[in-house]
Design a binder for this molecule. Sequence first.
Ligand code: NAD
Length: 317
Amino acid sequence: MPTQTTTHTSLHTPIPWHILGAGSMGALWAARLSRAGFAVRLILRNQARLQAYEAAQGLTLVEGENCVLLPIAAQTPEADEPIARLLVACKAYDAETAVAQVAHRLTPDAEIILLQNGLGSQQAIATRLPHARCIFASSTEGAFREGDWRVVFAGHGHNWLGDPQPGAAPAWLEELQRSGISHEWSQNILSRLWRKLAINCAINPLTVLHNCRNGGLKAHRLEVDALCTELSTLLESCAQPEAAFNLNDEVHRIIDATEHNYASMHQDVAQGRRTEISYLTGYANHAAISLQLAVPHLQHLHQRLCAHLLHRGLPCN
Ligand code: NAD
């Protein structure tokens, strides 16, 4: 029996999970896959990051009271190992450049799983790599970095994965199952990503502009409602009627259910981190422009947010 074959579709050859970006989400996925016995390789930015990682002797996953150090293999983009399955766990604004750095290593039938929030970065990567199968993901899991190479699994949630092109669910979903990664195959992943984008657009920027927790938006109901109306029209115009269904109600339900929380964009701004606005309000506004649809509230929101970020010395793209 061959121990290694050149084609990765062989039943005998385990396909390693290459994980590009060892931040919160990348580490969370890497740790669970590795713990379940699957081959994982972290792809770190450069030699200096690789040395720092090796000095730490692995990734640490903190889950409640438990803390485990996992000596997961790591490499730089320049390594020569072919990549057949790539999980992209960078921020939306870094994803395309990061993938370009390893594009020459992708096998002809490579699969790429894109974990980015919002929309736009996934399509850019799919366009750049027409031969790869790009699977888009939407996650409600939560993780944050407590320090370099140390990640806290903060919020249990679920992952939806899907191919915007028609196609069967990949066999490796079983590996997610065995790794305890809660997931399902979505037949309409774009609808799910649009819905999440719309909810993010209705809540996150306003919490930044009003400097409040999600619950603080109860005092700005008219502003939220005006955004939801425009976002619903936009979703319908983009042929995403399911994503538009009862958007306003769900946004208010989320505001109520998470009233004590700070939105992720609020946390990013408070900590001086770049936001993903180009892939949220920026993407929504571009979509409206290309459809010649007037969305004055959404446009004004994006402009106010940009001005606010620039004022704080943060990029507005
Ligand atoms: P993060 O900033 O913690 O991690 C991103 C990592 O990518 C960083 O370690 C960065 O150094 C690395 N990176 C960037 N460019 C790289 C390159 N060229 N080569 C190698 N590594 C590179 O971000 P995150 O919180 O894990 O978020 C990733 C995506 O997942 C975002 O789009 C985010 O919105 C989404 N998301 C995050 C959470 C969460 O709880 N953290 C939840 C749902 C969705």
